[in-house]
Design a binder for this molecule. Sequence first.
Ligand SMILES: CC(C)(COP(=O)(O)OP(=O)(O)OC[C@H]1O[C@@H](n2cnc3c(N)ncnc32)[C@H](O)[C@@H]1OP(=O)(O)O)[C@@H](O)C(=O)NCCC(=O)NCCS
Length: 216
Amino acid sequence: MLLPLPRRPRFLRGAHLPSPVEAPLLRTQRLVLRPHEMSDLETWTRIESDPSIRGNLHWPVRTQGEMRSHLRERTRSTALWQADDFLALAVELDGTVIGDVSMHLRTVASETRSAEIGWLQLPEYRGRGYATEAAEELLGFAFQTLGARWVTAIIDDDNESSMALARRLGFDRIAQTGRKVTFLTTEARAALASYRTLDPRESADAHSQRGSSVRR
Ligand SMILES: CC(C)(COP(=O)(O)OP(=O)(O)OC[C@H]1O[C@@H](n2cnc3c(N)ncnc32)[C@H](O)[C@@H]1OP(=O)(O)O)[C@@H](O)C(=O)NCCC(=O)NCCS
């Protein structure tokens, strides 16, 4: 079984941002995105135990203790400062954790600053646009707060729902290496996609709120 490679030590990871960009608390029309907490362990265990999530993310089968450690690591993944730093947010609907959105800082220099986004959602909450809404908000954070010039998503070529989500968010497929497909979006592409997915029946206020994350 392939285990994730350990992160390079800080001294090998080069330049850093002027100051760490901390995990925010973000609110969308229906969701709250906030740092993980150890009290999320029960839901986190369900997330880790779901074959569709574990399989697509290539996570190993973990013991209860390993799941707890993995969650603890996520609770500490709260700031982006240097290349490969990781930030993860729990996605909450009406006080219940339904998924996670995350981001690696990949390139630090301001002219080429880039990040890689990730997403997952418990099966019973799929098909209602929650992952789209959460990821759209995190993209807004990447472009507006982090100052990313582009954001990528790396997706297996048989992960149809994840590729559909990327396209819905304005990502374009730009490369494929083996089974890994690289998608990329910019602030302008994401903003355009956000306008396109707005439901015309929503009020003008809802339009400005829901599209605000990538248009701020
Ligand atoms: C990838 C994943 C998060 C996508 O979940 P999802 O439910 O398809 O995404 P959303 O929550 O945004 O829902 C989108 C669906 O709701 C519909 N929808 C309903 N209301 C919507 C709204 N307001 N906005 C957007 N879509 C809406 C969309 O049409 C779409 O339906 P469709 O799949 O029939 O086209 C989920 O499949 C998952 O967790 N997979 C396992 C983990 C994984 O693969 N992670 C990525 C690794 S690269």
